[in-house]
Design a protein around this ligand. Sequence first.
Ligand code: ADP
Ligand code: MG
Length: 342
Amino acid sequence: RRLARVAQMMHRALERPPRIARLTDRILRWLIPGVVALALGTFGVWWAVAGFSKALYVALSVVLITCPCALGIAIPLSLTVALEQAGRKGLLVRSGRTLLDLARAEVVAFDKTGTLSTLTAPSVRVVRPEPVPAGSISAPTDDTVLRRAAAVEQGTNHALAAAVVAAAEARGLSLPRVADVSTHAGAGVVGRIQTDGQMRRLGVGNERLLEGLGVPRPPHLHERFVDEAESGRTPLYVVDEAVVVGLLSIEERVAPHAEAVVGAVQERSEAVSVLTGDRPAAARRLEDRLGVSAEAGLAPDEKVDRVAALREEHGPVVMVGDGINDAAALAEADVGIALSSG
Ligand code: ADP
Ligand code: MG
């Protein structure tokens, strides 16, 4: 249902014609009548002052010089050159209009996970609950927790998912088969895995996922969850059937060029902001590192609302994301920039 809503939001955002298109249309509607009126006026004045042939000459000059031909050649030409230059640097630009919109943008909003932060060198730590959760005969080992989590994450394309799968592969774990994977944007992922001839429902995600599944959070693990988050790592609960069987803790690093990029963008725009679905502690750390304001706990549709609000406040908005959970926000923005991993 959520996916359908995101798709609907994207369609709505894409259907709205860009403002620059409306502006060009408005100008073109008045350009020709304007030029004709100007030429006629000039003709009238010069006829009175210097006679018919001089007036005709001057009026024709007006038409010639204001003729949109020069403009008609110069604009596409410069856009083509700009698009080619961008292409050489690995930037694919959807249309020349995008560049015009980009020049007018006042606000730049960034996604966090997968955009400003990378999880490419994952160190995944497994924390298990003690005492052993009721309902499981023997406590699953670290490897079992990681293996099952990775099996479910395999079916998704989030940066966190890639980190979990990579960690399982690094330990040489074989992954069980998975079915019925559903991602819960901003919360996590749920799927059914086959182990010991049984299908088990497995979930990996944050508190929001636990709430969604109606699974109580064990106090002991919740404490660890908060600790891990506070120390700058990204913790994920692993839920087996209706029991939390462990925590994964993923090291998140600020992406190598994030500081330089955010600094450069800050110099050129009125406001820079980070919109993240992650916890406030992660947002605060990013604020300290990059010196930008970050808003935490935003679900994908809330990111869309924030983009709209930023536009109200400052003007045209650029959104930079990885296209995973933020596709709708990218579409809502006046210019959406998706990183190639997205
Ligand atoms: P961001 O806005 O920072 O890119 P997301 O909105 O993509 O973050 O995700 C927000 C949170 O949702 C993550 O920090 C994580 O707790 C949870 N989450 C999202 N996708 C997954 C996934 N595939 N597996 C586990 N957790 C996930
Ligand atoms: Mg993201």
